[in-house]
Each structure stands twice: as structure tokens, then as C-alpha cells.
Write a protein that binds this ligand. Sequence first.
Ligand code: TPP
Ligand code: MG
Length: 306
Amino acid sequence: MCANRQERGTCLLREIGLNNQERKDRMGKLDVGERTRLDERALFVRLETLRLTRIAGAGHYSGTFSAAELLAALYYHELKLDPARPEWPERDRFVLSKGHAAIGLYPILADLGYFDPAQLETYTRLGSAFGDHPDMRKVRGIDFSSGSLGHGLSVGVGMALGGRVQSLDFRVYVMVGDAELNEGQIWEAAMSAGHFKLDSLVCIVDRNQLGIDGRTEDVMAVEPIGDRFASFGWDVHRIDGHSVDQIVNALDTAKLASRQPHVIIADTVKGKGVKRMELDVNWHVGNLSPEDYEEVYQELLAGGSR
Ligand SMILES: Cc1ncc(C[n+]2csc(CCOP(=O)(O)OP(=O)(O)O)c2C)c(N)n1
Ligand SMILES: [Mg+2]
């Protein structure tokens, strides 16, 4: 595995001479240093979510904790980005369709240099650029304003089609929630992506088992998710969404199937890392007391339930 983004581009070129099996064997293999770095960045996402929630007085803990490894692997390993040029036409696009997890994305963008991390001190304050949901007009590095669930995959389809007609070499990643799959527009987007054979499009489903008010399978069943996407012509991957190895491997192998959009169904735990929040619907939005905050902070530092 190549060390940085530029190097990775060169590596991919070098691998073009290999057959699919050889490429598969070599892809997605993280060395210990990179695995440790990505796990550490996932912890950073969780700790920053705690900190920003304290500033705001409430926040979306559990749906951000489930996505921490996914966000870390995307931003610190996968996406082709240049923080100095947020509008760079050839950058990979990321659409956080489950916009309520923006609290975990802002610290990553600050850490990568899109803006001064000190700006996060204004999180959700009147006039701040950093709301509970991301605004592409106010925050450098946000590719689409989200929060109203159901739209992100359609936007991703449009971006991928735009890249195709302009002959631009970028990929489009869209993260959706599992309960978000209840939105009919998701399936219109899935149908069109399959029809247009959008192989630059990757949909990542944060399959954390819960929506806002219960288990998805009780409220409105979403399984079998893989079969449903496959029926629209998608290339389907299913992984442990807390394993950075499996995430990177899936992101890499998703490049092998051409003329098909890709879905990575990431099995996760809503609230992952904090025992009291795991699979507890009451922590979708919450606020820890100052004493509990300290306890949870220490739990995360100690590795939580990993
Ligand atoms: C169109 C729309 N309807 C309702 C909501 C309110 N809402 C915010 S988060 C959420 C639950 C989302 O569940 P899921 O997609 O599974 O996300 P996660 O579990 O990752 O938080 C709902 C219903 C919304 N933001 N947009
Ligand atoms: Mg969910």
C-alpha cells in the first residue's frame, strides 16, 4: 500500500499490468503503521464529537460514532483531495447524505487544513458556519449541503454523470444511513446509477441497525440490502464497518468492477465505542452531563468496547 495520495496514484498505474486476482491480493492490505494511524483518526473523530457536543449543548453522538472508521478511512486514506484547492475539478467528491454526522466531519476537514481548527469553537453558535448539518456555501471542503435525508445518492449520481460528460477522472462517494434507505428517492437514484453504469459512484451504507426511533427491521425493514442494490445492477460488498482493513479493502476492490456502481454495506454499531450508547436509540441526539462526559472521554481513550 502506498504511503500517500500522490504515491497511491502512481501505485495504481503500476498495478495496471496485473490480472484481477493479483490486484485483489495486493489491494487493501494495510501495514501496521497505516492501520494504527486510521484507528487513531477514528478515535479523534469520536473525541472531537464529544468536545463539540459539549460546546453545542447537544449533538448526534451515536450516528457519528458508527461512522468514525468509515470517515477516517475515506479522508485519511482514500479520497483524492487537495485542501488548498477545495474546488479542484478532479477531486473526489464526498456527499454525507446522513448530514447529521457533520459533527464528525468538521474536525477532519479542519485537521486536513481546509480551515483553522479554532473556528470549530463557534460550532452551532448564532452566525457560525458550522451548523448541526453541513452547508457547502459556508464550510470549505463540503461538497453538498445535507440534512434532509434521502437526497445524497441522487446528488452523487449527478456528480458522477457530470464527471463522465466532462471526462474528468474523479470518484464520488456517498454515505447514507440505513434508515435513510426508507426514502424512496434512494431507490430512484439506485435505479438510475445502475442504468447509467456509473462505476465511479460508491454508496456506503452505515448499517448501524437503528434509525431515530427504533431498529430498522422493526420500523421499516431495509434488508436484504445487498440483494436490493444488486437487482438494480450494483456491485455489492458487505463488511465490518469498524475494521479499517476491511473498509480499505472494500474501497479498493470496488475499483475492480467496471460498468457498475458500487455499494459497500458497512455493518456497524450505532454508538460504537461508548457502552451506554451502543444500540440505544435514546442516544441518537443527546447531551452528557459534565461528570458523564469525563467518564465517556476516558472510556474512549481506553479503547471503549473495541
Ligand atoms: C427527510 C428527513 N426526514 C426526517 C429527518 C429526521 N431524522 C434525522 S436523523 C434520522 C434517522 C436517520 O437514521 P439513519 O439513516 O439510520 O441514520 P443513523 O442511524 O446513521 O443516525 C431522522 C429520521 C430528516 N433529517 N430528514
Ligand atoms: Mg441508522
